[in-house]
Design a protein around this ligand. Sequence first.
Ligand code: SAM
Length: 333
Amino acid sequence: MTQSKLFDNHGRPLNYLRLAVTDRCNLRCYYCMPAEGINYLPKKELLSFEEIERIVSILAGMGITKVRLTGGEPFVRTDLMQLIEKITQTQGISDVHITSNGILMSPHVRELKALGIASVNLSLDTLDADRFKKITRRDEFGKTWETLQLLISSGIPVKINTVVMDEKNIEDIIPLVELSKNENISVRFIEEMPFNGEGSHYPKLNWTYKKIIEHIRSAFPSLQKITDPENATAYHYQVPAFKGNIGVIAAFSRTFCGSCNRIRITAQGVLKTCLYDDGVLNIKDLLRSGKSDDEIKTELLFAFNHRAKDGVEAETARKQHPLLTESMSTIGG
Ligand code: SAM
């Protein structure tokens, strides 16, 4: 079991930072952003690489060991590879992961492997190019697919992230499960959350994690529950004899809060200690106001010691934006 040195007020270890390096994205996924996009932050409102390196180093000193770079689409940020290299060299950070749609990633796969990237989560909601275009509002299936193949052949561990959407990609669930037959990849199905940048959401979520599991089991009756890794947000399953596995993430039902070990820094440089809170500390202001590392640590510790018990408590406590209408692109999915 991993030894943690940082805990929240509920005794949960905190060792995992998800950091949005930008709010910009080259897709317009239906569940994440309106077709016209969102109001992107002016560049100076994003954390600079130096600011990111400093906050990662402060957090590493406090007990964060794992960093995921996300966004927005991380690879639309110029010189991302330089930042990745710096983060992999940060003392205390043992695992660097990336979440990406893969469109701009293929030229960098070899270098990512050389840098020792721990895994890539590739977002892919369908195996059909037309449905990809409808869901993402961009005709880019081929590039994501090419990156998937390159990642698999490079040996970098790959997880596929699929948001399950009524009337959009239900027919893709079984073909996506079948991708785990011959490849040692994890295909994860995520409940759709309301973070779509415009505030419209199903009044009631139809495709809950339970329904997703039932649907998969109807095609694969031998589906087996397998052990979930520590602090996993997904329930893991495997079809016997398949090389890979599948995961189902109750992102909206929020069943995993009791073991949540993660914090987020949004593209605006704001700390979230729960995906469902509306930001608990403006890190960018601290970094830009001349505070010392120790002063920043004190503020971070205060936030970690006032963490909501779960996503429902965090949602109820929201003050600035009571509705869950932000885009995941800003939050950092
Ligand atoms: N651009 C990168 C990508 O596509 O993977 C990283 C950012 S994206 C916001 C990160 C993850 O959030 C993706 O896997 C995406 O599917 C997921 N996501 C975005 N909006 C969501 C929503 N409303 N519900 C569930 N998952 C969502």
